[in-house]
Ligand binder design. Structure first.
Ligand code: ZN
Length: 242
């Protein structure tokens, strides 16, 4: 892995001679991003041109290395020098960071997108495109999504899909044994063995101690409810004050 190069780069078409000038704190990684975005179908003159002529008809080069603080200024100079705004692939005269990196604008974008839901068909299309070019979410992204979804209610549609998937795997017979089956103790720490183990007709293992306790709690609750009903609202108030 080579060291990140911070500076100004050029992507030039060997067919049209048009250039795109860009800035990056990691130029080689940015080249890869450009290739990816072009394959993905992003709409922008450079990406359209890459798709039209093929990526091997483009020359990627480093124009100048510089400090991060000089990037904007240097970019504008190179855009001017190579005329890549007037007659090239740059959409702006340069000199600005991509708008999303400007903290004020980033905040505005964030606020405007709060509560925005990507339409279903767009999600599907994106998913197909990612699959087609073999982009898989990174383990970090998966963990982040799992964290985000934890405890969120699932829609009826999702529940139906999960249920269908379970049924399919049951029928095909290659169901993985649930991790619960491998456990020696119940979640409260009672052993799944001897007199404490109860195996229900469908094969699920239950802890008798916990079942007994849940049953007792349930009976207690019923008793309380019955009592407060009998005593009317006065009883509920007394209970709540306690
Ligand atoms: Zn237990």
């Amino acid at each position: 892995m080579s060291k990140a190069i911070c500076g100004i780069y050029c992507v030039k078409s060997l067919d049209t001679g048009h250039a795109y000038v860009g800035l990056s704190v990691n130029i080689h990684s940015r080249f890869k991003d450009h290739a990816k975005q072009a394959r993905r179908g992003d709409s922008n003159v450079l990406y359209r041109a890459i798709r039209k002529y093929g990526i091997d008809r483009f020359e990627f080069s480093v124009l100048e290395e510089c400090k991060e603080s000089e990037l904007a200024e240097k970019e504008a100079e190179w855009v001017e020098k190579l005329q890549s705004h007037k007659d090239g692939y740059n959409m702006t005269p340069g000199g600005n960071f991509p708008p999303a990196r400007d903290p004020v604008i980033a905040r505005k974008i964030s606020v405007s997108r709060t509560g925005y839901k990507t339409p279903k068909d767009v999600c599907l299309r994106m998913s197909e495109n990612f699959k087609a070019i073999g982009i898989r979410p990174s383990p970090e992204a998966i963990a982040l999504a799992a964290e985000h979804n934890r405890g969120r209610p699932r829609s009826a549609e999702t529940l139906r899909k999960i249920s269908e998937a379970h049924k399919r795997s049951w029928r095909s017979g290659n169901r993985k044994p649930s991790s619960r089956k491998l456990k020696e103790f119940c979640p409260s720490g009672h052993p799944y063995s001897g007199a404490n183990l109860y195996v229900s007709p469908d094969g699920a293992r239950c802890c008798r101690t916990c079942s007994r306790m849940k049953n007792l709690q349930y009976k207690q609750k019923l008793k309380m409810e019955r009592r407060s009903r009998r005593a009317g609202t006065g009883m509920i108030q007394t209970e709540m004050q306690l």
